[in-house]
Design a protein around this ligand. Structure first.
Ligand code: NI
Length: 176
């Protein structure tokens, strides 16, 4: 089990657009295993490779709730090919924006084309929480964070809180 460090805003690496995967090989499988370990440990329901500093179009998601068994989903080169006109709103959080939450409106349903963990082409019709999670994670691959949908005022408020928390975190860890 390998838990990787999760990058947090305002790390500029989070804003880099991720590149498509050419071949699903052992390295990609190891990457997805590490991502899943990191996501479960955090804990979170979704993670994009860019969040651990790897700029490849890979995401992992598990929206199963206790006491349901884990249901890991792997998406390589995911592409949204359709979204519904109807919208829905969830309170979103993000492992790269620790302890920050905001209500974000997105299309309620989406259809996604992707490669699975075996490199096989797949098609998924998602709705509700899963659809929101997929859209949130694909945004990461394009360097977008959920705070980008907020007003300037709300966004700068969250960024200030994050910077303050980071400073406090650092001073906590200096031991002479
Ligand atoms: Ni996120």
């Amino acid at each position: 089990m390998t838990i990787r460090q999760i990058l947090t805003e305002p790390d500029p690496q989070l804003r880099i657009k991720s590149k498509p995967i050419q071949k699903v090989d052992a390295d990609i499988k190891k990457l997805m295993k590490d991502m899943l370990d990191t996501m479960y440990a955090a804990p979170g329901i979704g993670l994009a490779a860019v969040q651990i500093g790897v700029h490849k179009r890979v995401i992992v998601i598990d929206t199963a709730k206790e006491p349901e068994p884990n249901n890991p989903m792997y998406f390589i080169n995911p592409e949204i090919v359709w979204t519904s006109q109807t919208k829905c709103t969830f309170e979103e959080g993000c492992l790269s924006l620790p302890k920050q939450f905001a209500e974000i409106e997105r299309p309620e349903k989406c259809h996604v084309k992707y490669l699975d963990q075996n490199g096989k082409e797949q098609f998924l019709k998602a709705e509700g929480l899963l659809a929101t999670c997929i859209q949130h994670e694909i945004d990461h691959l394009n360097g977008i964070l959920f705070i980008d949908y907020l007003s300037k005022l709300k966004k700068s408020f969250i960024l200030k809180k994050l910077l303050k928390a980071k400073k406090e975190d650092v001073s906590d860890h200096i031991n002479f």
